[in-house]
Write a protein that binds this ligand. Structure first.
Ligand SMILES: NC(=O)c1ccc[n+]([C@@H]2O[C@H](COP(=O)([O-])OP(=O)(O)OC[C@H]3O[C@@H](n4cnc5c(N)ncnc54)[C@H](OP(=O)(O)O)[C@@H]3O)[C@@H](O)[C@H]2O)c1
Length: 334
């Protein structure tokens, strides 16, 4: 049995990493904040650790104390991260600086695991070419278009320069599944007979079902592969139209297509971002989100990941959306 620390364990992806790690027979330490909602961490086998990633000294002390009772973690999966932030500095702080704090504290306390796994994002690479529509490739020069993507790219660079840390970097495309909120917005619209498009219905998209991602990441802990980055998707490319069609079929709804002009969405993004800033809050729609939503090509090539880990995703979009929608219905969200 290996000891795994999973940060951001209570979040959407984190909670599935925890479930999968338990399923694969590991001893799981769930790294959370003192303010985190722990509703999704209800298995008695989970050991919860309150971590203050903003404070390297407190982290160091935590590892010193733990080392009195336990041997080192075998693996650390650093999954905590800001996906929304008040401003770009906040992405930089949470996604880059806090990761550096965690790594440095593990080094200082001589508590470095056998492998450190970073949950990065396809956003670190940025979208693919909108003209050729060639898929995003692992080895292409990263050109993140958002502050979130830039923060992820920066921390990837930092991690890959650490000589004494065996690491893996995963760059998942859009992750969906039970408990996720962004897809729910689309499902709710379609449930009300509306089929909204912000970009072209021909926009190319890629997805990974959360259980497939979790299985890959937990399996990768014990593999011999280290010091590499991997794109994660279900291996398919979908159009925005296909996403709507699959959802309509699962929900069994007819819809009225609603193509929102980009200029209007941009104006709304400007308004919601300014308003959120005034209220010192994050906004779901902002300039960066607008850039992501209107990029025409988010197709990606994840073949190397499948070959390296001998890994086949079990869920294509149809099966994944069906399971997700069933969960939303059972939990009265739809
Ligand atoms: N969802 C996607 O489509 C997707 C795609 C690619 C990569 N990712 C990456 O996957 C990871 C998990 O994302 P998610 O979708 O599961 O998001 P999520 O549900 O918002 O979970 C984020 C987790 O990170 C923690 N966190 C956020 N800010 C923190 C801070 N300042 N200090 C400590 N912990 C903090 C959260 O804790 P609290 O609950 O206390 O806030 C939560 O546990 C992130 O690193 C994200 O960048 C997500």
């Amino acid at each position: 049995m290996s000891k795994i620390l999973i940060t951001g364990a209570n979040g959407f992806i984190g909670s599935f990493l925890v479930e999968e790690a338990l399923k694969q027979g590991h001893e799981v330490f769930a790294g959370v904040r003192s303010t985190s909602n722990l509703k999704s961490l209800n298995n008695y086998r989970i050991q919860t650790l309150i971590l203050d990633l903003s404070n390297p000294e407190k982290l160091r002390q935590k590892w010193y104390v733990l080392s009195q009772y336990f041997s080192k973690f075998d693996y650390v999966i650093h999954n905590a991260g800001a996906t929304q932030a008040i401003n770009s500095d906040n992405f930089e702080l949470v996604n880059n600086q806090y990761t550096q704090n965690l790594l440095q504290s593990l080094v200082d306390a001589n508590f470095m695991p056998k492998k450190f796994i970073l949950m990065s994002s396809l956003a670190a690479l940025g979208p693919g070419d909108p003209k050729t529509l060639a898929p995003i490739e692992l080895e292409q020069t990263p050109q993140p278009i958002t502050a979130y993507g830039r923060s992820k790219f920066k921390v990837e660079q930092y991690l890959s320069k650490q000589n004494d840390v065996p690491y893996l970097i995963f760059r998942p495309t859009a992750v969906y599944g039970p408990r996720e909120k962004d897809f729910l917005t689309l499902f709710k619209a379609i449930n009300r007979h509306l089929e909204p498009y912000i970009s072209s219905p021909k926009q190319l998209l890629s997805f990974i079902y959360v259980k497939d991602l979790a299985r890959l990441v937990i399996q990768s802990c014990s593999s011999d592969i280290a010091n590499r980055s991997f794109i994660v998707s279900d291996g398919q490319t979908y159009t925005c139209k296909e996403l709507s069609e699959i959802t309509k079929k699962v929900l069994n709804k007819w819809t009225i297509p609603l193509v929102l002009p980009e200029i209007i969405v941009k104006a709304i993004a400007h308004f919601t971002e300014s308003f959120a800033k005034m209220m010192n809050k994050t906004s779901v729609l902002n300039h960066d989100k607008f850039k992501e939503l209107t990029s025409l090509n988010w197709s990606c090539n994840s073949k190397e990941t499948q070959i390296a880990f001998n890994y086949t995703p079990e869920y294509k979009l149809g099966k994944g959306i069906e399971e997700t929608i069933n969960w939303y219905k059972q939990n009265n969200c739809l």
